[in-house]
Every structure is written in structure tokens, then in C-alpha cells.
Design a protein around this ligand. Structure first.
Ligand code: ZN
Length: 248
């Protein structure tokens, strides 16, 4: 094989590897941000539930205060009932006592509703705490994996850059690197394998005169359609079984 063609094939492998590494490095901050968002959401859910519990406790405090005031009034009315002198006064006082009893009932109803509400909020807090714990553990593990991967990809990329420089400087014809780069810019990959008289990347049939050269791998041949530099991998020669040893 023409040494420059072999170098271009290797260069393509390096460029493809570098592209994967570059993409992974570029994706890492977004993946970490997504993890941070997960943690942020879990924290916000817990905060909301805790805030709801605090508000519910405040409301309960008001109801308790109202109830205590009404009960105080109720006992005062009961004392006063003993001291009334006329039937009218008695009825009026009884009416006040009934009104106070209705208020007590209302307060007790509110307390019951508040207790059920607090139960629900406490359950939501427990759930949110568990979800936050799970999110923290997931984020810690995954963030470490992303950071490790990004570091490894940085190393891979650095190795690719070194290998690329070595290959480029070894090229006998520096012009092929320019051709390679021009095609890579447009097509992504600059080198394609030819098989069955076709370019395997654009699938266009090659002219027989072109394919003859590709088969030999002895010069830089470009696909007529996609312009990629073509090479040929000869089919593996099937290994024939060893001949039976003649009986002695
Ligand atoms: Zn092609």
C-alpha cells in the first residue's frame, strides 16, 4: 500500500476518535448541569413541603387561639347565667352560650382538617427527603463518572493531537493532508473503503478505470461522487485445513 494512503487511513481513525472525544468533552458540562437541576428540583420540592408545614402550623396556632378565646367566653357566660334575674336576660345569655358552642364546634372542625392536612404534608416531606437523598447519591456517582470520563477524553484528545502531528509530518506528499482536510470539512470523514466497485460511504458505483487503481492501493484515488479518498481491503484468504498426514 502507498505509505501516504496508509497514513491517511490512520489519520481518519485518529480524527474520528478525536471527534468522539471532543463531543464527549463538550457534552460534559450540560450533563453535569442536568444533574445539578435534578438536585435543585429535589431540594425545591422538599423546601416547598417544609414551607407548607410551617404555614399549616401557623394556621393551627390561630385556630387554637380562637378556640381558647371562645372557651373562655363560654365559661364566663355560664357564670353569668347563674346571676341573671329576668327571663329575658336568661334567654339572651342562653343564646350567647349556644352561639359560643357553635363557634367551638367550628374551631374543632378546623383543627381536625388541619391535623389531616399536617399528616399529608408530613408524608410529602418524608417522600421529598427520600427523593432528595436518592438524587444526592445519584448525582454524586454520576458526576464523578462524567468528570472521570471527561478527563479520560481529554487524554485521548491529547494523544490524538500528538499522533496526528506525527502522521502529518511523516507524509511524503503534504498536499494529501490538505485534500484530506478539505473533504473532512464538508463530509465529516475524508477516507472511505471501496467494496464491490462502490464507495461504501456514498454508495455510488465507481468507474472500472478508477476501481482498478483503488484495488491496488498504490495511489491516492478520490470517489467521483463524494470526493473521499478511497482504499481497498482485500478479502481475507480462507485458511485451508492442514492436509491429513499420510499413514506411515
Ligand atoms: Zn463516495
Amino acid at each position: 500500500m502507498l505509505p501516504d494512503l496508509a497514513r491517511l487511513i490512520e489519520l481518519q481513525e485518529i480524527e474520528s476518535k478525536a471527534a468522539v472525544a471532543t463531543r464527549a468533552i463538550a457534552d460534559a458540562p450540560g450533563r453535569i448541569a442536568a444533574l445539578d437541576a435534578l438536585l435543585h428540583d429535589a431540594t425545591a420540592t422538599l423546601d416547598t413541603a417544609k414551607h407548607a408545614l410551617a404555614e399549616s402550623k401557623t394556621r393551627r396556632g390561630y385556630v387554637d387561639k380562637d378556640l381558647a378565646a371562645v372557651q373562655q367566653r363560654q365559661s364566663k357566660y355560664k357564670d353569668q347565667l347563674m346571676q341573671v334575674k329576668t327571663n329575658d336576660e336568661f334567654r339572651a345569655m342562653q343564646h350567647q352560650i349556644e352561639a359560643a358552642a357553635a363557634e367551638v364546634e367550628k374551631c374543632e372542625e378546623k383543627i381536625l382538617i388541619n391535623m389531616m392536612e399536617a399528616d399529608e404534608i408530613n408524608a410529602a416531606i418524608k417522600k421529598a427527603e427520600a427523593a432528595l437523598k436518592a438524587a444526592q447519591s445519584k448525582v454524586t456517582t454520576e458526576r464523578a463518572a462524567i468528570e472521570l470520563d471527561a478527563k479520560q477524553q481529554q487524554d485521548t484528545l491529547a494523544q490524538c493531537i500528538t499522533a496526528r502531528a506525527r502522521l502529518v509530518s511523516a507524509m511524503d506528499n503534504k498536499g494529501v493532508v490538505e485534500t484530506f482536510e478539505r473533504i473532512a470539512k464538508v463530509r465529516g470523514t475524508a477516507v472511505a473503503r471501496a467494496e464491490g466497485e462502490r464507495c461504501t460511504l456514498c454508495q455510488v458505483r465507481l468507474r472500472p478505470a478508477v476501481f482498478v487503481h483503488v484495488l491496488k492501493n498504490d495511489q491516492i484515488v478520490q470517489c467521483d461522487s463524494c470526493q473521499r479518498i478511497l482504499y481497498f481491503v482485500p478479502p481475507a484468504v480462507p485458511t485451508s485445513p492442514a492436509p491429513p498426514t499420510p499413514p506411515q
